[in-house]
Design a protein around this ligand. Sequence first.
Ligand code: SF4
Length: 373
Amino acid sequence: MGEAKTLPAAGGGEAVGFGDAVLTIKGLVVKYNTFRGELTALGGVDLNVRRSRIIAIVGESGCGKSTLGLSIIRLLPVPPARVAGGEIHFAGKNLVELPESQMTRLRGTGLSMIFQEPLSSLDPVYTVGDQLAETIRVRDERVGKPSYGPFRVAPAPEESHRTASRLLGARLPRPRASRKYPDEAIKALREVQISDPELVAAKYPHELSGGMAQRVMIATALLEKPSILIADEPTSALDVTTQAQVLELMRELRDEIGASVLFITHDLAVAAQIADEVVVMYAGEIVEHAEAGQLFSNPMHPYTEGLLQSFPRKFKDEEKLKAIPGDVPDLRFPPSGCKFHPRCTYAFDRCRVELPLAKEVSPGHRVACFLRQ
Ligand code: SF4
């Protein structure tokens, strides 16, 4: 019979608090049908998101981070995915039950999402300016406001048009001698530190670098003014300088329009730079949630502890990095009891048969581990 070892004691830190939530998720269960059987991608997730907070969602690949983001904005591939239980409350509505027509209205104005690969989210046959203008038109139409103007004149993208037509093997609408884009679109491009916004507005997506395309996606989010922005690994394809600029833009989104950002990342260094709170996911469950400072200085769950030990923080020879043994489980055949037990150095008998529920161990610090209960 295994004995329970002990982790460092729980301690201090600022409280997270769970009142004042703009988004509340209760017992969310998402399943996928695969050729080799059904798997539970989210196994009963509970989460409160407060206004003007950046919440980093961390964990290894396959832990359910992206599934959680896609579930909130209802962009899961259905089928094979399906929401098998739970509720997502936002703007007085349960998004799980909302008709698609109402959900479409919420996307953009209330909820927005940006992805790791921004070029796949931009339409290759329209210029950046056209796409931003369309965002403004749709946004204003939703609130019954006549849109557009005043306009800016951008240079004619004759060469861009030829290249786009050749690359896509299609005849694109020929640009006029000059293109007009709403002033607001040009302003949004300037706000994301694009120094020549008129010129960029006239470009097609294939002419943008990865960093520039991600900035255009953030400009779109600025125009939509969402209450919640879900950013799925938005900086992983970017160099460190561009990454720092994109993180700064996220902070501005929080501070200037009061948006809450769900920042999905596997990179703890990025989470440490940007997050107000950190949510740690493992095998489709939230195993720890706390204020960022509290979680990084005093991790309470053995999985969080393992993630931090495998993350290079100090450059000393004696500081050896420790990998977490084993792999994330195949969610078609999850382990019994605590899903982390096959990899946990603290596991004891109870862990193998019983699932630990998340409990508040100090104000605002929730942990799902028997060592803390
Ligand atoms: Fe490890 Fe899970 Fe047991 Fe906690 S409950 S000691 S994480 S196996």
